[in-house]
Write a protein that binds this ligand. Structure first.
Ligand code: C5P
Length: 209
């Protein structure tokens, strides 16, 4: 076939986003940050003043989400991330978004999808699967530094609690919990620079291409 899929999963703030964008750029592949599809659905519900507790309402919104032009800057707010992880436990919401993500994954010449369930559910046949992780402390520190770097005010303890709570929700849910696919390459970036993580990923991809 004429498309090659790279599946990248891992917990919040592990560096998947940066890594995925760089890989997509390097190989000239299309990139989809699937977290944005959950965030866009959640934001649309919040903006419309709709409840986050009604699965049928949330599914309808999920089916209206456009995958192109999703912007992390607009969707980065903490409340949106929390709301996203709440509607992400709903099977009907996941079904709707996974269908759209699978269609995206077939674009030529190749695609990079990153999220929580790409290697396990969305693209289980992907020839390259990476599971990118780092300790909760390191991930909280990176998020803290990122906010401070932009001149913002950040509370490390609050961010740390947040990272742990999100992990629990993402790993503990019944439908498509966050976990590495059996054939995923594990990439623990706790003590790795972004550059080192990229080089490690590149060797894995080059060997499979
Ligand atoms: O990656 P990001 O933090 O933007 O994702 C927001 C939330 O969307 C996650 O905490 C997770 O609950 C959900 N999500 C998911 N499956 C994906 C991507 C994100 O359940 N493939």
């Amino acid at each position: 076939s004429t498309h090659f899929t790279i599946a990248i999963d891992g917990p919040a703030a592990a560096g998947k986003g940066t890594l995925s964008r760089r890989i997509a750029e390097t190989y000239g592949f299309h990139h989809l940050d699937t977290g944005l599809t959950y965030r866009a659905t959640a934001k649309a519900l919040l903006d419309a003043g709709l409840t986050l507790d009604d699965e049928a309402v949330a599914e309808k919104m999920a089916r209206q989400v456009e995958l192109v032009g999703l912007d992390r800057n607009i969707l980065s707010k903490h409340e949106i991330g929390e709301a996203a992880s709440k509607i992400a436990v709903m099977p009907a919401v996941r079904r709707a978004l996974v269908e759209a993500q699978r269609r995206f994954s077939k674009k030529a010449p190749g695609t990079v999808l990153d999220g929580r369930d790409i290697g396990t559910v969305v693209c289980p046949a992907a020839p390259v699967k990476l599971y990118v992780t780092a300790s909760p402390e390191v991930r909280a520190k990176r998020r803290y530094d990122e906010i401070r770097g932009k001149g913002g005010v950040a509370d490390f303890d609050a961010i740390f609690d947040d990272v742990k709570r999100r992990d629990e929700r993402d790993m503990g849910r019944a439908d498509s919990p966050l976990k590495p696919a059996e054939d995923a390459h594990l990439l623990d970036t706790s003590e790795m620079s972004i550059e080192a993580a990229f080089q490690a990923a590149k060797s894995i991809i080059d060997a499979a291409l």
